[in-house]
Design a protein around this ligand. Sequence first.
Ligand code: G
Ligand code: G
Ligand code: MN
Ligand code: NA
Length: 252
Amino acid sequence: MVIEKNMRKAMGGTEFQLYYQPKVCLQSGKIVGMEALLRWENPELGFVNPQKSIPIAEETRLIIQLGHWIIESACQQIKRLEQINPDISIAVNLSVVQFNSPDLVSEIKGVIEDTGIDPQKLQVEVTESILIQDSTLAINILKNLNNLGIKVCIDDFGTGYSSLSYLKNMPIDYLKIDQSFVRDLIDPTNETITCAVVALARSLGMKTIAEGVETAEQKKFLQTIDCDEGQGYLFSKPLQACQAEELLLKGT
Ligand code: G
Ligand code: G
Ligand code: MN
Ligand code: NA
């Protein structure tokens, strides 16, 4: 397959980049973190979006090497951003293949030690589907990550058909409300679901972040229900590393 061949060739080179999308505190309006998002520009294929590149990286297990680079780059970006704002955190998305790799925890620990970052500033975003497939294994991995000091965020929360019982057994810091609920907050059902997720998180001692925030009305509603953070085009699209630094400089 052309895409696989090109991906193998691109490993270790400069075709992959991480973009960073700000996460904003809905109360203060300040940037409190950023999510690292993979971008791939290949000379032959052009821009390949992550919905396409990640599944192929998973099938070929190239995600292990790529994922290591993602974690390493994100930690290096933490070093740069903390000079501008000492409280900023960065989130990386973990693929199911990375999550199930027996080396994940020691690998992340190694990157934290090599870069010397404060582990509290690193977040991992995992989907519910990762957590339900083998919950005792998943609980152990999350506990080990939590012991390192890393923050755990459940991505696309509410879309994964999972039982809610895992929430009480796992050290989870954030629930990220899926953009499908946020996009149509005008729909009373989505409003109800969003409210319920925020209430659920609060009662379990977790924080909430809403993704896909595009309008001032959505932001206002999220503020009234005390959602902690927002992410979306209203605040900023995903930015190149240097643009993300510039934005943070302006906002601090
Ligand atoms: O960045 P957005 O533009 O298109 O991302 C689309 C999807 O790809 C999202 O579900 C996001 O979680 C996923 N994604 C983006 N970057 C990464 C990454 O670095 N690792 C993994 N595993 N998924 C990613
Ligand atoms: O990891 P996750 O599934 O959360 O990926 C976030 C995805 O959402 C990325 O593809 C990112 O580019 C996209 N995104 C971020 N903000 C917005 C937004 O405000 N609106 C829409 N439609 N997409 C967004
Ligand atoms: Mn994510
Ligand atoms: Na998401």
